[in-house]
Design a protein around this ligand. Structure first.
Ligand SMILES: [Zn+2]
Length: 277
């Protein structure tokens, strides 16, 4: 008995020392948030390499689950497009088959369930449903935030009206990078050029390894090799510098690169509600 108590205490101490907190499960869900049929891809490559090609671009949103917390990366075309013929103009035809809110419901989620909203950038194909997530904590780069609420951008109602409510959201504004869950599993980096504060998201998944969601840093999968630049880029030099920095990061992380508008990349990801982990 004299020995048993110290032995028991010792066993408990060892057990306590070994008891590691289980890793929160990180999951990546890819949600179909529309598509964009482009008659002629010429504007997407300033080296002429896409001239005359017609391409169906994907337009996904991404849900990231970290334990009990949820991050939504991009919101796609507005849900109001679902069930309509879409919007056509300027050689682009934007459509949406199902609504984002209905996809969320398949995981028993509502917009109020989303803890964090982050947009790769503010363009309407990425921010189409942003106002639905006004109650989420909005993680945004300082440069994109300033641009989104500048007097000139406010006047562009086609852009501004999609995300105007975020002005009153709880916001988490960062300068160069932000660790979303505080454990390095999901990190947002600014990659300016396409827009002043465009961003990419690095996920470190337990089974699948590192993966980058790249917004519109590249708008066609071939640009990963050719490094062609869309003609509608806001700052070409800044974009090229961001791509150099990005390529170094991706190599260091040995990361899979997802070009969000690339249909082959979209189709290579598990079909919702299946996920990567
Ligand atoms: Zn886009």
């Amino acid at each position: 008995m004299g020995l048993a108590i110290p032995l028991l205490v010792g066993v408990l101490l060892v057990a306590a020392g070994c008891a590691s907190v289980p890793e929160p499960e990180l999951r990546l869900y890819t949600v179909d948030c529309g598509s964009i049929a482009v008659d002629d891809m010429a504007p997407f490559a300033d080296d002429g390499s896409l001239d005359g090609e017609s391409v169906d671009l994907a337009n996904p949103c991404f849900l990231v689950r970290h334990g009990a917390r949820w991050l939504l990366w991009d919101t796609g075309h507005p849900d109001s497009l679902a069930g309509t013929a879409g919007i056509a103009g300027g050689g682009f035809h934007s459509t949406r088959t199902g609504r984002l809110v209905d996809q969320l419901r398949r995981l028993d989620l509502t917009p109020e369930s989303i803890d964090y909203l982050a947009l790769s950038h503010h363009h309407p194909d990425h921010a189409g449903n942003a106002n639905l997530f006004r109650q989420s904590t909005w993680i945004v780069s300082r440069a994109e935030h300033e641009h989104m609420f500048s007097p000139a951008t406010r006047e562009n109602r086609e852009f501004f009206d999609r995300y105007s409510d975020l002005e009153h959201s709880p916001a988490l504004i960062f300068d160069r990078e932000h660790d979303v869950f505080g454990d390095g599993s999901a990190t947002i980096f600014t990659m300016p050029g396409h827009t002043p504060g465009s961003s990419v998201l690095l996920l470190r998944l337990a089974e699948s390894g590192a993966l980058f969601l790249t917004g519109d840093l590249y708008t066609h999968e071939r640009a990963l090799e050719s490094n062609s630049v869309p003609r509608f880029t806001m700052n070409r030099e800044e974009l090229l510098a961001s791509r150099r920095r990005f390529k170094n990061l991706a190599a260091r992380e040995k990361a899979r690169i997802v070009v969000q508008h690339a249909k082959p990349h979209f189709e290579s990801l598990p079909r919702f509600p299946e996920f990567l982990d």
